[in-house]
Every structure is written in C-alpha cells, then in structure tokens.
Design a protein around this ligand. Sequence first.
Ligand code: FES
Length: 151
Amino acid sequence: MAIRFNMHRKDFIKGSCGVCLALGSGFLTSALLSACKTPLGVIKSVASNDIVSIPLAEFDKSDYKIIRVSNYDYDLAIQKNKDGTFSTLLLKCTHADQPLTKTGNNYYCTAHGSQFTHEGVVTKGPADRNLTQLVTNVAGDLVKIQLITTL
Ligand code: FES
C-alpha cells in the first residue's frame, strides 16, 4: 500500500531546497570560521627582506610561540630564554625536510617518526641531526628572526 503525500512537487522542492540551503550555509560558515582560526600561541606574520619581526609584547604572557610566516614552507618555534634572549627553531625535519608537529613539549615528524626535544635535539631517528636554529635578535621593541631562504 502506497502512502501519498498531499504536497505538490514544486512546493516539496522549494521546501527541501530551503532546508538544504540553511544547512549548507551553516556548514559553510562553520567550515570558514574553523579555517580562519589560528591555534592558541600561533602568530601569523610576513617576512620583509627575509626577516620576520615580532613585537616583544607578544611574549608578555607566554615565553613560547609558533610563528607561521606567509609564503614560507615551515613554521618557526620561538622561545624567550630566561636571560631575555630568544631562540628560534625551524620546524623542518632534518631527515627528509617534512614539517614537524608540536606534541606536548617536543616535536614529532609524522613522515617517518623522528622526534626532537623542545630545544631541537633529535631523540629518535631516522633523523640524525638536530633542528636548525635561526639567528634571532632583539631590536628596540621587536624580535627579529633571520629566515633561511634556501630551504
Ligand atoms: S622526514 Fe621526518 S622522519 Fe623522515
């Protein structure tokens, strides 16, 4: 026995499309918002003449930041040291150049499993070299990081 709905095809399509549109726009908005979010502790920046400048004030509340530089292949990890100087690591695996992921206080390479300490010392291979340190200086109220351009 067939059940018949008392709704015209045109009304059904209109109603269905309205629901789809509402769901779709909600989904799209949600997807866009999540894509725009920057994880806590990540600073987006741009380089000028291969130098990234970060305001010192960024380190008022936290001694550690990840820097995501526009059009640069790898994130940087910058640490404010107890003596007021800064150290910056290039988050590029020394095994086969894959980007690293922060895991707790360490860095992990998802490609083949290499691990590095917070200071960039390799603790598990196949990588056999420590992470690259970038020259980092304080100039006025800015921290300046010299990028390596031959990645
Ligand atoms: S590229 Fe990182 S372990 Fe191979």
